[in-house]
Design a protein. Structure first.
Length: 239
């Protein structure tokens, strides 16, 4: 069993292959598990882990933690990236490597009113390490660490790095608010690699994150706002 070196308040729970870290984390959170427990599956093909949180903000103000987590995850992943490989984001939780989707972050919260503090939240992380059964490069919008030359990658080291970067970004969020988080996330997301996003009613151009963490886009010559909560709910429904 691999022992992870994590800063307080984190601790790791290793799961057998075939189990879902997100499902285990949600069940544990519902049962009253403490904040900071990271469930992870030591797999050769994917990074599969999930983190239990105990929010201190109302539900609507808790949801932008997905951006905080994305920044921390990308910072940790950057330690393994061969230069000058860009690591970016797609809304609301995609992880992009050199423009291809390599993984995704998800967020689930306990049912609550928008102005109430959820009893728990679970951040999920999924990252493709190998191409699986497909041929490398066969899907141009998809990628994996093996295709991008992340030869020294270690799932354990990624989780350890994420936990440290996440604490730092959480402190930044607490001290300075969402604005600097949104600005840095946007800098890495709104790039030539992601000029548009595909919506059910057509493509739209992302413009900026607003003060609530929702996404402003331009579509058919008009601006509109896309709800972060709705996007996260749809992401959970589709896996």
């Amino acid at each position: 069993m691999i022992e992870l070196s994590l800063p307080p308040p984190y601790r790791a729970v290793s799961l057998d292959g075939g189990r879902s870290s997100a499902a285990e984390a949600r069940a544990a959170a519902v049962a009253g598990e403490d904040e900071g427990v990271i469930f992870w599956v030591n797999r050769a093909d994917r990074l599969d882990c999930a983190l239990v949180l105990k929010p201190e903000r109302p539900r609507r103000e808790t949801l932008p933690v997905i951006y905080v987590a994305a920044l921390a995850f990308a910072d940790a992943l950057g330690a393994f990236a061969p230069p000058p490989t860009p690591i970016g984001f797609g809304w609301p939780g995609a992880i992009l490597i050199d423009g291809g989707r390599a993984g995704c972050l998800s967020l689930a919260c306990a049912p609550s009113a928008p102005t109430a503090i959820p009893a728990w939240a679970v951040l999920g992380f999924d990252l493709a390490l190998t191409a699986g059964g497909g041929e490398p490069g066969r899907a141009p919008t998809q990628t994996c660490l093996a295709e991008e030359g992340f030869e020294s990658f270690s799932a354990a080291a990624q989780i350890e790095g994420f936990s440290r970067h996440f604490l730092a970004w959480l402190n930044r969020w607490g001290e300075d608010g969402l604005a600097p988080i949104a600005a840095e996330w946007s800098r890495r997301a709104f790039t030539p690699f992601a000029p548009t996003i595909v919506l059910p009613d057509g493509a739209a151009t992302p413009l900026r994150l607003d003060e609530a963490g929702d996404l402003r886009v331009r579509q058919n010559g008009r601006e509109r706002t896309l709800s972060l909560e709705t996007a996260l709910a749809g992401q959970a429904a589709h896996g």
